[in-house]
Structure formats: C-alpha cells, structure tokens
Design a binder for this molecule. Sequence first.
Ligand SMILES: Nc1ncnc2c1ncn2[C@@H]1O[C@H](COP(=O)(O)OP(=O)(O)O)[C@@H](O)[C@H]1O
Ligand SMILES: [Mg+2]
Length: 357
Amino acid sequence: MGELFKDILKSDESLFKNDVALDFDYQPKLVPYREAQQRAIAGCIKPLFQEKNGKNAFIYGQPGVGKTVACRHILTEIEDETDEIIPLEINCWKHNTTFKIILEICDKMGFKFIENKKTEELFRLIKQALNKKSVVFVFDEVDKLEEMNFLYMILEDIYRKTVIMITNYREWLANVEERVKSRLLPEMIDFRPYTFEETKSILKLRSEYAFPPNVLSDESLEIIAKKAYEMQDIRMGLYLMKESAHIAEDKSSRKILEAHTLQAFEKIKDFTVKNIGELASDEQMILELTRANSGKKIGDLFKCYQEKGGKLVYKSFQRKIDKLEKNKFIMVEKTAGGDEGNTTIVKVNGERKLTEF
Ligand SMILES: Nc1ncnc2c1ncn2[C@@H]1O[C@H](COP(=O)(O)OP(=O)(O)O)[C@@H](O)[C@H]1O
Ligand SMILES: [Mg+2]
C-alpha cells in the first residue's frame, strides 16, 4: 500500500459509538420536554382503548421542535400495548394524493395483488380491515396534501379512529374545506420551541447515544446547543455534532474540540443564506413583493412580479420561491380543493426574525 493511503487510513479511527444516533429520523428511547403534548395526544386516543371513537388532534409548531418524534413515540407505545389499535403514519410530502395514500396503507398492511385495482376498490379493502379494529392515523406534513378526499373518506367511513395532523403552519387548518373541517374538530396542540436548557439537554442525551463518554467536549456541546437554540431547530444541533465529529476524525483527534465545531459552523453557511444582503437582486425583489403581498396565490404574485418588470419565466420564478422558502425567508402553503382546485399561497415568514440567520 502506498504511503498516501497508509496515512489517510491511519486517521480513519472512528469517534462514534453509533453514528446512526445523530440521524434526523433516529428514534430515541425518550422524548423529554414533550410530556404535556404527549399526554394531550394520548387523551385523544384513549377512547379507542374502550372501543369508542377517538378525538382528533392538530399539532403545530416550527420545524425541528419534536413533533414527528413525539408522535412516533406514542405510536410505538400503542404497538407495544395492544393489537386492537392499528397505528398508521403517513408522510403527506411523499404521499400527497388519495391514491398514493391508499397504496401506502395497502403496503403497510401487507395487502398483496393490489396492482390494477382502482382507488375505490382498494379503499373498500382497507375499510373492511380497519373497521375490525381501531385506527390512529398520523398525517405528518399534512399541509403538503394536494387534495382532501382521503381525509373526508376516513372521517366518514372509519368508525373508531383518531386522526392526528402535523404541520409547521398553524394557519393551514383555517383553509381546510368545510366538509372536512366540520368533521375534524381537532384538539389544538402547540409545540412551542425549546428553551436553551432544554435544547442543550436533548442534544447531550443524543450525544450519549452517539459517542463514547468524554468524546464530545463541554465547550463544543455548549456552542452547538447555542446555535440550535438560536435557530430553534434541534436538527441544526444534530448536524453540527456529526460535522464536528467528522472534522475531529480528519484531524485524528480523540476528542471533539471547540475548534472542530467552529469549523463545522462554516458548513452551515452553505445551506442557510445568512441575511438579505446575500440574496441575488431578483431574489430580493421577489422577497419584497411577497412582503407587500403576503398571502397571495403564487400565480398572482408572479403577475405582480411581471408588472414590476421581472424578467424570469414562471418556472424560474417558482424556483426562486422554493429557495426563499428553504432559507426560511418566506412560507409556502398548499391548500387543496376549494372552488379553484389546488392553490399555492406565498407568505412572509412571521415565525422567525431574519436576524436569527
Ligand atoms: N424532546 C426531544 N427529545 C429527543 N429528541 C428530540 C426531541 N425533540 C426533537 N428531537 C430530535 O430532533 C430532530 C427533529 O425532531 P422532529 O420530531 O423531526 O421535528 P419536527 O417534526 O417538529 O420538525 C429529530 O432527530 C428528533 O429526534
Ligand atoms: Mg416532522
């Protein structure tokens, strides 16, 4: 083996005990600081244990505040507790139409020979199976649904169920079509951001799954927690821990030090634009327009943009909107149904101050 590779491989000693523990969708054993919310959700499900119809829940809060992880925790507990309640988690970003949701449920329930069957036929199969028991539906990222039919169908046709909806946008519920809204009447469950102490303690716990004792320095944990708290997103903390560890490994360090973490901070610049000044001028213009016309449909906003002399074609305009959303300058909401079919509403992001970036 050449000297070059000997050298590179020598530094290949891992600092991790279990690097999967820092993945965003890793399910930790405990979900601290969400006890009140979990109790509220459990309260909605409780009637199902007595073979009555459950209540519904609407869960909202910013990204990275534990909405998904808290619900999964509850679903796992149900699974451990009873076979009479079927937990079904559906990610509406991946499965955003009635047909896709139905296929996903068939898949989860292990139904075979579903090719060539129509939506109605498949729903009949699902309905038959589910109505023998009770069901907890979790629709994660529910605002990404393109139509409401599936919600309507289960609200009408499944007897004993709890429907849990999760979203980053509380306002989404107001735009839900009436026939669905009037049947939902959900309990509203607020996931407020974590305090600094809570953020730090969640990240510390996670670091204990990921690293052997004393690998992550106190200084590193402190500044990582600070950053995650500022961004109000635990994911930011997980990302920084992983990056810091990789940087420490590259330097053949046996500990993750503050310097490694500071270097990891450089990386997050790649995926968050720091301030308005870093946006291209057409992006700034679109941001200004959104501010002046918050809540407009994307098509109407595009018209304003053209009237102001904007030169981009619609597709490129959409891409700019996507970028502004990714960097959390604006929010994009999809509303399904209604008189005009699906619409995309563009809004200023009121939840976060730009100075936080
Ligand atoms: N209270 C908590 N305890 C443990 N891990 C948490 C907690 N809150 C959030 N996390 C972790 O932070 C990340 C983001 O949480 P998630 O539930 O996906 O956020 P949301 O669904 O609100 O966007 C996940 O990796 C999750 O495991
Ligand atoms: Mg989530």
